[in-house]
Design a protein around this ligand. Structure first.
Ligand code: CTP
Ligand code: MG
Length: 239
C-alpha cells in the first residue's frame, strides 16, 4: 500500500498572510490543493492524508487530521490515521508548502526506493548552488535596539563548507513504513528539532538515497517564494 501524508498544519508565520499558509491561494487554488492533486495523479496511490490546522475545513477526497505543534507531530498524526497493511507499505511525506511538486517527481522518488531493497528511504533534493558558510551570530552590543544599528553585520564567519557534496533537501520524502515509524518514535525534543523526516531516520543509521529534484519544486516560505510559485503554476496551467 502507498500512503501520501501532506503536512499543511503550519502557521505560515514567515509568509505573514494572516491565515495558515496552506490555505493561501496560489494560481487559483488553495496551496495544499496542488499537492493533493499531484498525489491523486500518482499510479497506485491508495490513501492521501492531510494534516491541517485544527478548526480548518478539510477538502473532499482526502483523510483529514488535526496537525500537531511541531512538523513531525503532524507527520505522526497523519500516519496514525491509516492502519498498516503489511511490511511492504510505503509512505510519501510531503510539505503542502511545496505546491510545485509533480506526479513525475513523486513517481521518480518512489521508483528509486522500490528499485533498491537496501534503502530505507529516498528523498528529493537539489545540489547547493551558493557557497555556504557557517556564521556565529554577533554578540548583542550594549546599545542593541537603537535605531542606528544599520551598519552592524549579522555575525562572523566560522567556516566555509565544501559545496561539493552539499544538497538542499526537499519533499517528497519516501519511506518504508516500518522505518518511518521507528524514526518517528523519538523523544519529543528530538522531534521538535527535526526539519525533515529523513534526519530522524539518519540518526538511527537508516540508508537514505537522494534523488535529484527540479529546482522548480521550491518551498513557499516568504512573499517572494509565493510570487514565484504563482508565476510558475500559472505558466504550467497555460495550454
Ligand atoms: N507543518 C505542519 N505542522 C506544523 C508545522 C509545519 O504540518 N506544526 C507543515 C507546514 O504546513 C508546511 C511544512 O510543514 O507545509 C513545512 O513547514 P514550514 O515551511 O516551516 O511552514 P510553516 O511552519 O507554516 O511556516 P513558518 O515556519 O513560517 O511559520
Ligand atoms: Mg515552520
Amino acid at each position: 500500500m502507498i500512503i501520501a501524508l501532506i503536512v499543511a498544519a503550519g502557521r505560515g508565520e514567515r509568509l505573514g498572510a494572516g491565515r495558515p499558509k496552506a490555505f493561501v491561494e496560489v494560481a487559483g487554488r488553495p496551496m495544499f490543493q496542488w499537492s493533493v492533486d499531484a498525489m491523486s495523479g500518482v499510479d497506485g496511490m491508495d490513501r492521501i492524508v492531510l494534516a491541517l490546522p485544527p478548526g480548518t475545513r478539510a477538502p473532499v477526497g482526502v483523510i483529514a487530521v488535526d496537525g500537531g505543534a511541531a512538523r513531525s507531530d503532524s507527520v505522526r498524526r497523519a500516519l496514525a490515521a491509516v492502519e498498516p497493511e503489511g511490511p511492504g507499505d510505503v509512505v510519501v511525506v510531503h510539505d503542502a508548502a511545496r505546491p510545485l511538486v509533480t506526479g513525475e517527481l513523486i513517481e521518480a522518488v518512489l521508483g528509486v526506493l522500490a528499485g533498491d531493497p537496501s534503502l530505507d528511504a529516498a528523498i528529493a533534493a537539489v545540489p547547493v548552488a551558493d557557497t555556504v558558510k557557517r556564521v556565529a551570530p554577533a554578540p548583542s552590543p550594549p546599545d542593541a535596539g537603537r535605531a542606528d544599528r544599520g551598519s552592524e553585520g549579522a555575525g562572523i564567519v566560522v567556516e566555509t563548507l565544501d559545496r561539493a557534496g552539499l544538497w538542499a533537501v526537499q519533499t517528497p520524502q519516501v519511506f518504508r513504513r516500518p522505518a518511518l515509524e521507528r524514526a518517528l518514535d523519538a523523544p519529543a525534543e528530538v522531534l521538535a528539532q527535526a526539519t525533515d523526516d529523513a534526519w530522524l531516520l539518519e540518526r538511527l543509521g537508516g540508508r537514505v538515497a537522494v534523488v535529484a529534484g527540479p529546482a522548480e519544486n521550491l518551498k513557499v516560505t516568504t512573499e517572494l517564494d509565493l510570487e514565484l510559485a504563482e508565476l510558475l503554476l500559472t505558466r504550467r496551467e497555460q495550454p
